[in-house]
Design a protein. Structure first.
Length: 375
């Protein structure tokens, strides 16, 4: 008998397979199609020739842990202990899985805000706990009244994602104040803050849980080298949490992956001496603006994009089809792959919106929009 009978092939895999099958331009799955930094290639090539290919310490390469600690201080003004409060993970997904497995118990409740990324619910179910999925408001901001009405003595964790995938929205100061008020009422609730797009924000800068002194002692923050350095295939990220939470997470991590790829850790450790992560926002803002400028020539209505490398677009003026039908037709008839929003909702809610990834070369974006103009 299946432990996860309702889980099937993810929509990301489905759409990428269709893109390959029909020769469509793939703006669905969230990965860049441009080269990584030449400096990182050279650093990796150098380290590949050295004898650094055996296990590293379970929590991570000590110099890299120090670099993460320094980056957290320079980015957010927060001092973290690299030995006890930082963990290198096999991608953000492993970090999320290990955190939930370590900290959520049977019959606990965990709040998820929909539309939500698909890696949150499964580890909750595997804990024999209960995901409580609450839709965001129509503008994709948190519905604090509904969140507050859902929280109770059984609530163990709330998962937040900021900047948000799939909508590209970011949290305001008011959102954090509302969260802090709720945690005053329910002080045992843990915040799992997925911030993998933290360095990809535009006009309004990212507010992190790291900034919120009141939240730090009860929060686990998830970050991604893969997203920040355009190396999604390396599957390497990190967690930051107070020691009492990190001790429990490490117990799961050590039996899930034990330690993370040694070559990647050596290479990233050296690369962090030369890269400026704070320049990422400007880099992707240019891509966002370029893509939005092109898309204004189509019949799609573009929603706000404040962070991440995703653009939500409404096709309400183009078709009355549900979003899965529409995106499949988009691949077959137009030659562009996008992601429907309904799989991000527990109830497959129809918003007549789809998600495009603009982390692509300009030529790719041009060709895709030329095809979309035919709708």
């Amino acid at each position: 008998m299946s432990k996860l009978p309702h889980i099937s092939t993810s929509i990301f895999t489905v759409m990428s397979q269709m893109a390959n099958e029909f020769g469509a331009i793939n703006l669905s799955q969230g990965f860049p199609n441009f080269p990584i930094d030449e400096r990182l290639k050279n650093i990796t090539s150098k380290w590949a020739k050295e004898e650094i290919h055996q296990y590293l310490p379970m929590s991570g390469f000590p110099p890299l842990l120090e670099k993460v600690s320094h980056l957290t201080y320079t980015s957010y003004g927060r001092k973290v202990n690299p030995t006890t409060e930082v963990l290198i993970t096999a991608g953000a997904t492993e970090g999320i899985f290990a955190t939930i497995q370590a900290l959520v118990h049977p019959k606990d409740e965990v709040i998820i805000l929909d539309p939500s990324y698909d890696c949150y619910e499964t580890p909750i179910l595997l804990c024999n706990a209960f995901p409580k999925r609450i839709p965001l408001q129509l503008d994709f901001t948190p519905d604090w009244e509904r969140i507050g009405n859902t929280m109770n003595a059984k609530t163990r964790m709330i998962i937040i994602n900021n900047p948000h995938n799939p909508t590209g929205r970011i949290w305001s100061e008011t959102d954090f104040i509302q969260l802090e008020k709720l945690l005053d009422v329910y002080p045992n609730v843990i915040v799992l803050s997925d911030e993998v797009y933290e360095y990809i924000t535009f006009e309004n800068k990212h507010i992190s849980v790291h900034h919120r002194e009141q939240l730090r002692a009860k929060s686990v923050i998830v970050s991604s080298f893969g997203k920040s350095f355009h190396i999604t295939g390396w599957k390497i990220g990190y967690l930051i949490a107070p020691e009492h939470l990190m001790q429990e997470i490490k117990k799961v991590h050590q039996f899930l992956v034990f330690s993370v790829n040694s070559l990647a850790q050596y290479a990233i450790n050296e690369y962090m001496d030369v890269v400026q992560v704070n320049e990422l926002g400007h880099f992707y803002q240019q891509k966002r603006d370029f893509f939005r400028g092109l898309m204004h020539k189509t019949r799609f209505e573009l929603l706000p994009c404040e962070g991440s490398y995703f653009q939500i677009a409404s096709y309400a003026s183009i078709s009355t089809e549900d979003d899965i039908q529409f995106t499949k037709r988009l691949v077959k008839d137009v030659g562009v792959a996008a992601i429907p929003l309904s799989p991000f909702y527990a109830d497959a809610k129809q918003t007549q919106c789809i998600r495009f990834c603009f982390a692509k070369e300009e030529d790719t974006l041009k060709k895709a929009v030329e095809r979309l103009q035919k709708l």
